[in-house]
Design a protein around this ligand. Structure first.
Ligand SMILES: [Zn+2]
Length: 169
């Protein structure tokens, strides 16, 4: 089922998601729907907050290819390593249609998480995937990519925010 994606300034986007204590049928259904929603929206990643659920879950399409998707389920992620070296590259977000900002993110990130079979795993990522992981973990903490804006792009953001109509919660 494709779920409606919450757009900024929806309140859920600013809330901290809670740990998943048990992978129940409803959690599995939510994950299936999140993958379907991410694919339909042609996104690289989607966090539960973005579909109105405050659970520490996000999904990624690690192939970056809509025709051959490789969805990855990330539950209760913890950052175990974060490179001090950062790189700047354009970033978008399904909750901010048509807004692209150049955001600085660590070059490499290592996380520990659980998959939908409740198996622990470690994900060692770099480049675009590391960027996506940091973007999605931010979502789970109520942090948005606009919070990382660099001063030189402030004008682009202000212009965008003026354009969007406040959505009713
Ligand atoms: Zn996002």
């Amino acid at each position: 089922m494709i779920l409606p994606i919450r757009k900024y300034p929806n309140q859920t986007l600013r809330k901290k998601a809670q740990r998943v204590e048990k992978i129940t049928d409803s959690i599995l259904a939510l994950i299936d729907n999140m993958i379907e929603t991410m694919m339909a929206a042609d996104g690289l990643g989607l966090a539960a907050n973005q579909v109105g659920s405050l659970k520490r879950i996000f999904v990624l399409n690690t192939s970056f290819d809509k025709k051959a998707p490789e969805p990855l389920v990330v539950i209760n992620p913890e950052i175990i390593f974060q490179d001090e070296k950062e790189f700047i590259e354009e970033e978008g977000c399904l909750s901010f249609p048509e807004l692209y900002l150049k955001i600085s993110r660590p070059e490499r990130v290592k996380i520990q998480a659980v998959d939908n079979y409740n198996r622990d795993y470690i994900l060692d990522t770099s480049g675009i995937l590391a960027k996506a992981v940091m973007h999605e973990i931010d979502h789970l903490n109520g942090v948005l990519f606009i919070d990382h804006i660099r001063p030189e792009e402030e004008k682009i953001l202000q212009k965008y925010l003026k354009k969007i109509k406040p959505t009713v919660k």
